[in-house]
Design a protein. Structure first.
Lengths: 95, 484
């Protein structure tokens, strides 16, 4: 199957990336070329093969639920585009 | 001074032949003179470098030093460096001053290394030519019409051009080894989890691994020693002891079993590259190693598998760039959705957007099994190929890249052609194995890299094999004309 302009619209919305009308044909072409490459995966039957989630088959290490890092709110908010009273500012969401 | 190995610099500093401040000034002068054209640095940190060099000199005077104390290095701009711009090659992070340092950066700082600056790279490490960088491409010091490889192209070019003693890189599908090959330097991608990923801007978290890029295996071993080891802040960092990499360098290679995968010597491999690789393998035989042909039958599937796994993980990781907490924010957003969409559209370049889009698609409802799950199953098969191979051989050898450095602009507009560059390097990332690229005899007047792949946590063996070849051949000593 191959993607068309409306698929590209849908994917761009899911990815929260604005795409202009004149970029769309290029995306259709590029994404389809990449998916053609990816389709080569179907040459192999993988029934009964377990998926590999971690290269070393390690299990997730857990720690106690205790604070382990110092509070660096000011330093971290220093690189934010807009903050006020320790909060991140975004356009109004609720009327 | 810039021709010296790290061990020679250490000796010079110990003997008082020169100071770290003098050495750092010398490198900064070279960067100022030679880099504007090469473009291997995004940020040069002259002031903090000189401060660090002064500190290193006083540490050495007090007898509190290691071999890396006062050695000028560079960090790929993917590692967070406290107080220094950390752009990841993207306009998205053009004004981002890291509020903390990566574990790798902290460890090298603790060892006393001096950071000259941050090196250029493909945007968010997505690329094989350094051409996706928002800061413009890096030129290959061997031929300025050619790419340096990527994504750690700035680190590879700066090491090759003797603009730093060594540099750090990261490798998700070949991003240390391929530029090392194309620029004629030594680069090792360790086992997944060998080095902490904390503070290293994430691309594909199940594949990303940091490593050193240096002029020799011996220098790379010194950096790896400082970088490797457990870090509680990275939940996937391995709790394996770190061996003494320097101690194993001289081990005799007699009886070393080398596997040559027939899939790595098939169509698509440049004849000149093939001949250089053969010359190196013959040299290994002279050193007492044995070779045998092996097969990694699923390796042709590694590129398609990678282009599901890596974009899927990248689309999740890069969701954090939302214009709210850090990074670029668009002007006058109408509402929150407009803020997200325009900040991301303006902040990311074309290749990053393509990969986010592919990743978003393969993870979207209804397609997960056909793409992501399928790729994880293939990953298992690819990994099992190596498992079987390492029952018969100690290391696997082959070319790092199918060609020498290609012309700038050649593959820029053809993503799929660009992806095929990493055909020999990607499988080791999918399997989590360590791999090293070392310079061998040049072909077409350009550097060629030999890739050596080892079993899990066998970095020492790779460095040993690399070092022995470098001792007898000296191919790694070649310096690009104009940078002597």
């Amino acid at each position: 199957m191959s993607l068309d302009r409306s698929d590209v619209d849908k994917i761009a919305h899911l990815a929260r990336i604005r795409i202009s009308d004149d970029e769309k044909d290029r995306y259709v072409q590029d994404l389809n070329n990449i998916l053609d490459l990816v389709e080569q995966m179907n040459a192999v039957d993988t029934d009964g093969i377990s998926p590999m989630a971690h290269p070393l088959r390690m299990v997730q290490r857990l720690r106690h639920d205790e604070p382990s890092e110092p509070n660096r709110r000011e330093r971290f908010q220093g690189v934010a585009p807009a903050t006020e009273d320790g909060l991140y500012l975004v356009p109004k969401v609720i009327e | 001074m810039h021709e010296k190995s790290i061990a020679e610099i250490d000796e010079g500093l110990r003997n008082g032949d020169f100071t770290s401040v003098e050495l750092t000034r010398h490198y900064l002068e070279r960067i100022e003179r030679l880099d504007p054209h090469l473009n291997s640095f995004i940020t040069v940190a002259a002031d903090t470098a000189l401060e660090a060099a002064e500190h290193a000199d006083s540490r050495r005077r007090a007898g509190d030093q290691g071999v890396l104390t006062g050695i000028p290095i560079a960090h790929k701009d993917i590692f967070c460096t406290y107080g220094l711009k950390t752009s990841c090659g993207s306009y998205m992070l053009d004004s981002f001053i890291a509020p903390y340092s990566a574990t790798v950066v902290e460890r090298l700082e603790l060892a006393g290394a001096v950071v000259l600056g941050k090196t250029n790279m493909d945007e968010f490490a997505m690329g094989s030519s350094n051409e996706t960088s928002w800061y413009g491409p890096v030129k290959n010091p061997w031929d300025e019409t050619k790419v340096p490889g990527g994504s750690s192209g700035g680190s590879a070019a700066s090491v090759a051009a003797r603009l730093c003693a060594a540099a750090t890189g990261t490798d998700t599908g070949g991003s240390i080894r391929q530029p090392a090959a194309l620029c004629g330097v030594t680069g090792i991608k360790p086992t997944y989890g060998r080095i902490s990923r904390w503070g290293m801007i994430a691309f594909a978290s199940s594949l990303d691994q940091a490593g050193p890029m240096a002029r020799s295996a011996q220098d790379a071993a010194l950096l790896l020693q400082a970088m490797a080891g457990f870090d509680p802040r990275d939940s996937t960092c391995a709790q394996e002891p770190v061996p003494d990499y320097g101690a194993g360098l001289e081990t005799d290679l007699k009886g070393l079993r080398i596997g040559l995968p027939k899939e790595y010597f098939s169509e698509g491999l440049d004849a000149g590259v093939a001949a250089s690789i053969q010359t190196a393998i013959d040299e290994y035989k002279r050193l007492g190693a044995e070779t045998r042909e092996i097969s990694l039958p699923n390796s042709p599937l590694s590129v398609p598998t990678y282009y599901v796994v890596a974009p899927a993980e990248c689309s999740s990781n890069l969701a954090r760039f939302d214009g709210v907490r850090y990074g670029h924010r668009c002007k006058k957003p109408r509402d929150l959705e407009d803020l997200y969409k325009r900040s991301r559209a303006e902040g990311f370049g074309a290749e990053v957007k393509r990969r986010i889009m592919i990743g978003t698609y393969v993870l979207s409802a209804g397609y997960y099994d056909a793409y992501y799950l399928k790729s994880q199953k293939l990953r298992h098969l690819i990994s099992d190929d190596f498992k079987r191979a390492f029952e018969q051989v100690d290391v696997i050898m082959g070319p790092t890249s199918p060609t020498t450095a290609f012309p700038l602009g050649d593959k820029k507009d053809d993503p799929v052609a660009m992806y095929l560059n990493d055909i020999y390097t990607i499988a080791t990332n999918l399997a989590g194995l360590p791999g090293i690229s070392i310079p061998v005899a040049p072909a077409n007047g350009l550097p060629v890299g030999l890739q050596i792949i080892g079993n899990y946590f066998q970095e020492g063996r790779l460095l040993n094999a690399a070092h022995k070849l470098q001792q007898t051949t000296g191919w790694h000593l070649a310096t690009p004309p104009g940078f002597e």
